[in-house]
Design a protein around this ligand. Structure first.
Ligand SMILES: NC(=O)c1ccc[n+]([C@@H]2O[C@H](COP(=O)([O-])OP(=O)(O)OC[C@H]3O[C@@H](n4cnc5c(N)ncnc54)[C@H](O)[C@@H]3O)[C@@H](O)[C@H]2O)c1
Length: 265
């Protein structure tokens, strides 16, 4: 299997893309540490992973909190001996127009998606550097390449995460530690279901994707397996899109128009 015996922490893995990655890792032989702010969904994903043969562990916690991050890494090292892979996936968008966005909304998105990803990576890297082995898979977004309007700090966080990935890769390459990012496009998950349940929005977005379909968590998980595997051993600082071709051909949004994935309403 491609991730035999690797110990992998996946944040926000109670549902959506994070869950798909945790289960794909389990199928490839990894022992997954399932983090989520929601303890119930973290336990459910960990139980599913265990059915696939993974020595899985649920560690609920808030990725925006330094103490929770320290506990996640310490518990993983104590219970599973090491950290081989960290997938920084947890996120909560607080949408809003810039002129009305509250400081709290800005901080929430930044603290989970960027500061939390940094603090967790730093805590895990301190273990990886000593062992001269490890890798990070950061879940960015095509919204880190194009400005996604009315989504608060989201695009800023994702652009920052892409640059953080490059810095991690550069500074930790001498220690044998890799860092790569994935930029998903339109992916149907519980987090986006509210939007895709509207057939008009779904169709508008689907038509905006050159491959003609909205993606799934499993689509992203395939890329995340590759990046965590030894097949990617000479790949670091990369940004792989997983968007059906969207990023090269379409703008994410058109100012002043209804957001519909490249089609102007
Ligand atoms: N769905 C898409 O279209 C899409 C596109 C591009 C990028 N992404 C990125 O993929 C990742 C997953 O997205 P999704 O659509 O699966 O989201 P989702 O909302 O379905 O799932 C996110 C999970 O993260 C958890 N979470 C939220 N805040 C947390 C915190 N502070 N600490 C720990 N866990 C927390 C939630 O409880 C939830 O289980 C995010 O980083 C998102 O930005 C998603």
């Amino acid at each position: 299997m491609r991730l035999d015996d690797k110990v992998a922490i996946v944040t926000g893995a109670g549902r959506g893309i994070g869950q798909a990655i945790a289960l794909a890792y389990a199928r490839e032989g990894a022992h997954v540490v399932v983090n989520d702010i929601d303890p119930a969904t973290a336990s459910t994903t960990a139980a599913e992973a265990a059915k696939l043969g993974s020595k899985s562990l649920a560690i609920p916690g808030d990725i925006a909190k330094r103490d929770d991050i320290a506990r996640i890494v310490e518990t993983t090292v104590r219970e599973r001996g090491r950290v081989d892979v960290v997938v920084n996936n947890a996120m909560r968008i607080v949408p809003g127009k810039l002129e009305a966005l509250t400081e709290e909304a800005w901080d929430t998105t930044m603290n989970i998606g960027l500061k939390g990803a940094f603090l967790l990576s730093q805590a895990a890297a301190r273990h990886m550097i000593g062992r001269k082995s490890g890798c990070f898979v950061n879940i960015a977004s095509v919204a880190g390449l194009f400005s996604y309007n009315w989504a608060g700090a989201y695009s800023v966080v994702k652009a920052g995460l892409i640059m953080l990935t490059r810095l991690m890769a550069l500074e930790w390459a001498p220690y044998g530690v890799r860092a790569n990012a994935i930029a998903p496009g339109y992916i149907r998950t519980p987090g986006t279901e509210g939007m895709y349940a509207d057939p008009e929005i779904y169709e508008g977005r689907r038509k905006g994707v050159p491959m003609g379909r909205v993606g799934t968590g499993e689509d992203v998980a395939g890329v995340a397996v590759f990046l965590a595997s030894d097949e990617a051993r000479y790949t670091t600082a990369a940004l792989l899109t997983c968007d059906g071709g969207q990023a090269v051909g379409y703008y994410l949004s058109v100012p002043g128009r209804r957001f519909s994935g490249g089609r102007i309403d």
